[in-house]
Design a protein around this ligand. Structure first.
Ligand SMILES: Cc1cc2nc3c(=O)[nH]c(=O)nc-3n(C[C@H](O)[C@H](O)[C@H](O)COP(=O)(O)OP(=O)(O)OC[C@H]3O[C@@H](n4cnc5c(N)ncnc54)[C@H](O)[C@@H]3O)c2cc1C
Length: 474
């Protein structure tokens, strides 16, 4: 049994936990990461980074590393398999990065190790007790005393259950299967490289859908299929090679030949949101706080942005730069974002037609989605670019929105955030409003009439006056 102390224990080294641990380590917080598995599985549910996630990784100098491990750049997103362009957004990254989840995790863990933090593997959190001064976390073979615990331990979160929080939502009726398949003879007409969402997803008949995404190497594809109305009798039953071969034969024809099925998994379409994201010294992030059907490619992206929102706030509270109450803004900002994603996922599910009326609705939405304003709205929903955090009623409309990146004489505005602090962007020289704030004089700001903006470590506008009030303790 190892006995440790830390400022923060992160339970779970999936994408959310690794991102959060990186943010905490960057801020100089003593963090311990406990992971149940003894080695990274290498398996990848998610395959994409949305534009806002690309921006967020860029704020920390991590995007280039992730892109080196990517297998595709996809020039658009999709909403219920209807392609939607990101072109209307002021972003340097109007595309999805095609990258397996395992490679996102590898990128984040590589940076974490460079920051001196090693994931403690083979230590499943089994319980915790919080009191007025901290949390005692018990895991297989380890006990850690810490100031805070964050449950990044996935949809079946032991931390969420330990808090006794409800995980309410909608129990889905359907299911999906994903499998990585190598074809000796691939289906005719499917793209060999993933460049767009066209010809990637198709729905066939009442509620049934199929997807085929090329993963880079010749013949290797991510096969997906499912039914949003019916589930197999045993959802936990292993997906057999015979099942996959049969689906491929029926959908893509007898002439298609499978060389290898690398892995396969069945998943449900339940949608659930944790009742609270914080109880005292224990918080939830990522799938531990929200789960939904994998429509539009959003879950991993949501988790990484939870981590980006929470990391600097926890560090500020631990260093006495903010009252503990600032942690409540993590819930008040991020829980509505997850609820909104769950709504858009429900809408996407409803657009997989099961009746003639729904087919007509889908046809109409497909037509509407060719209009630039509709594209903008739908791509904003799935990309995370439209996230706007609550702001005082008299604040400038930019307050609470993301800073669109822009070029400076040397580099980009995003480079100013690599160290994870607040930045005052100003068009005229100005004194730092607080020792914690870096001042950068820039030729212009992205909002007409705004000459000064205090930007939070996660890239959102704190104020357009430069005031640190409410953000950093005096
Ligand atoms: C089929 C499918 C396809 C998907 N495709 C996409 C996509 O294209 N794009 C997208 O954005 N999202 C997608 N998602 C969603 C995405 O995979 C998840 O949202 C993402 O994995 C959440 O990351 P996380 O770190 O919060 O949780 P997880 O990835 O579940 O990680 C949790 C970690 O905690 C560990 N753990 C669990 N319990 C304990 C414990 N008690 N103690 C210690 N460690 C523990 C686990 O071993 C794991 O390593 C998909 C999901 C599915 C099912």
């Amino acid at each position: 049994m190892i006995e440790l102390t830390a400022e923060v224990v992160v339970a779970g080294a999936g994408p959310t936990g690794l991102m959060l641990a990186n943010e905490l380590a960057l801020a100089g917080v003593d963090v311990v990461v406990l992971e149940r598995l003894s080695a990274r599985s290498g398996l990848s549910k998610a395959l994409n980074l949305q534009p806002r996630t690309a921006e967020v990784l860029d704020l920390r100098g991590l995007l280039g590393r992730a892109e080196q491990r990517s297998f595709a750049t996809v020039g658009e997103g999709h909403f219920a398999a209807i392609p939607v362009s990101y072109a209307g957004w002021d972003t340097r990254h109007p595309y999805q990065v095609g990258i397996p989840q395992g490679e996102v995790e590898a990128t984040l863990e590589e940076r974490l190790v460079e920051q001196g933090v090693t994931v403690l593997r083979g230590h499943e959190l089994t319980g915790f007790v919080q009191d007025a001064t901290g949390v005692t976390v018990t895991a297989d073979g380890a006990r850690v005393r810490a100031d805070y615990l964050v449950g990044c331990d996935g949809g079946r979160s032991a931390v969420r259950r330990g808090l006794g929080l409800s995980f309410d939502g909608v129990e889905g009726r359907g299911y999906g299967v994903v499998a990585d398949v190598v074809f000796r003879v691939a289906p005719a007409g499917v793209p060999e490289q993933w460049r767009s969402m066209r010809n990637i997803v198709a729905s066939h008949g009442a509620g049934v859908f199929h997807t085929l995404i090329p993963l880079g190497p010749p013949g290797l594809y991510r096969l997906g299929y499912g039914d949003r109305l019916r589930r197999p009798a045993d959802m936990r039953a292993k997906v057999t090679d015979d099942e996959i071969r049969q689906v491929v034969r029926e959908r893509y024809g007898e002439e298609v030949e499978i060389e290898e099925i690398r892995w396969a998994s069945r998943f449900a379409d339940d949608s659930r949101l944790a009742q609270r994201y914080r109880m005292g010294r224990v918080l939830l992030a990522g799938d531990a706080a929200h789960i939904h059907f994998a429509a539009g490619g959003q879950g991993l992206n949501l988790g990484l942005q939870d981590a980006m929102n929470l990391g600097w706030k926890l560090a500020a509270v631990l260093r006495g730069r903010a009252p503990a109450g600032q942690l409540d803004t993590y819930e008040s900002e991020r829980r509505p974002v997850a609820a909104r994603v769950m709504d858009n996922v429900a809408t996407q599910s409803a657009l997989i037609p099961t009746t003639a009326e729904q087919r007509a609705v889908r046809a109409l939405v497909t037509e509407l989605a060719t209009l630039p304003e509709v594209q903008h709205h739908l791509s904003g929903l799935v990309s995370g670019l439209d996230v706007r955090y609550p702001a005082p009623p008299d604040a400038h409309p930019a307050t609470g929105t993301r800073l669109p990146d822009f070029e400076l004489e040397h580099g980009y505005a995003s480079d100013l955030f690599h160290s994870g602090g607040f930045v005052l962007l100003t068009t005229e020289p100005a004194p730092a409003p607080h020792p914690e704030v870096t001042v950068a004089v820039v030729p212009r700001l992205p909002w007409p009439g705004v000459t000064r903006a205090l930007i939070r470590p996660d890239g959102y506008v704190a104020s357009t006056t430069g005031s640190t009030e409410g953000w950093i303790a005096a």
